[in-house]
Design a protein around this ligand. Structure first.
Ligand SMILES: Nc1ncnc2c1ncn2[C@@H]1O[C@H](COP(=O)(O)OP(=O)(O)O)[C@@H](O)[C@H]1O
Ligand SMILES: [Mg+2]
Length: 311
């Protein structure tokens, strides 16, 4: 069974003073997430990530299309039991302690009264906040709040965890902690669907990613496959005969006796021959690691969040 199945999902907001202008925030999204995956939902600000998550959480209704979670339509109340959600910028009442917050969420998600306190403590331990259980949230750092938010999302032991921009606004340590936590949840067998515009986090963490831009899906796949589109380049490093590859017209960087340049894969044989022929010595010929960022930039446009026109 797939964890999440989204079919032709669309959302158009009515905007403007008389709500006469339509804004297509999500267009015709079809997407499948498998059980057990860490799935990254990528896109620049305004791409439609939060809109998608709110639709999946049943927090608003789609203009068109359907979605199901673990085989049940998202309108089915049973679905709520199997999912946990961390909203983008969650707001928690400042004067609650972490324990109170979690006991409150436990009560909302049908955890039996006598289990709430032990469950709250277990979840706080789980996210590394065990020692801060009795501290008021106003004294928490952003990273601690985010971890408390994740504890809230998993208090009822859901099968699928949805996280909207869980790493945004965190310092590198906080991001690392959240990343590790996502990995651990996945190791325990949970499916994790998270949105982010921080590509490096997705790159290291995700089994598969989808890239969204202006409400439209640009691509979905295994990170390595998406990257394959941007590779196909090699860096050549050689010693001596620094002009050996001038015929290729690439930019050559020379430091002392060492020259380096980046060429197309298919020029590799010719480059090796040329360096040898000119009396140089090949030192290395390595594929250039394509970054997810390259893919992302190729499929998104600057200012994409500024205006989404309905077509
Ligand atoms: N409640 C709303 N009313 C009108 N427009 C909205 C609303 N929420 C989001 N939008 C617009 O929909 C588009 C997608 O927004 P959102 O889903 O929040 O993107 P993301 O989470 O990827 O940054 C944006 O252009 C945003 O301005
Ligand atoms: Mg968002």
């Amino acid at each position: 069974m797939s964890a999440i199945e989204i079919s032709n999902l669309a959302k158009t907001y009515q905007v403007g003073f008389f709500r006469k202008t339509e804004k297509a925030a999500l267009k015709n999204l079809t997407l499948e997430v498998h059980e057990g995956e860490i799935f990254g939902y990528l896109g620049p600000n305004g791409a439609g990530k939060t809109t998608t998550l709110k639709l999946l959480m049943g927090l608003m209704f789609p203009t068109a299309g359907t979605a199901s979670i673990l085989g049940r339509p998202i309108s089915d109340p049973q679905v709520k039991r199997s999912i946990g959600f961390l909203p983008e910028q969650p707001y928690f009442y400042d004067y609650l302690t972490a324990r109170e917050l979690l006991e409150y969420y436990a009560s909302l998600s049908d955890v039996p009264a006598k289990e709430r306190s032990s469950r709250a403590q277990r979840m706080l331990d789980r996210v590394g906040l065990g020692g801060a259980a009795n501290t008021q949230l106003r004294k928490f750092s952003k990273g601690m709040l985010q971890r408390a938010g994740i504890a809230q999302a998993i208090i009822h032991d859901p099968k699928i965890v949805f996280l909207d921009e869980p790493m945004s606004g965190l310092d590198p340590i906080g991001r690392r902690e959240v990343r590790d936590l996502i990995q651990e949840l996945n190791d325990e067998g949970k499916t994790v669907f998270f949105s982010t515009h921080i590509l490096s986090d997705a790159e290291t963490l995700c089994d598969r990613v989808a890239v969204l831009n202006r409400g439209e899906l640009q691509g979905v796949g295994v990170v390595a496959d998406l990257l394959a589109e941007t590779v196909g380049k090699r860096e050549v490093i050689w010693e001596g005969a620094s002009t050996a590859l001038d015929a290729l017209g690439t930019k050559v960087k020379i430091v002392g006796d060492i020259a380096r340049t980046v060429i197309d894969d298919r020029q590799a044989d010719a480059a090796i021959d040329a360096i040898r022929h000119a009396g140089g010595r090949l030192k290395s010929l390595m594929p250039v690691q394509g970054a997810l960022e390259d893919y992302f930039l190729k499929h998104t446009e600057p200012g994409a969040g500024a205006e989404v026109k309905s077509e």
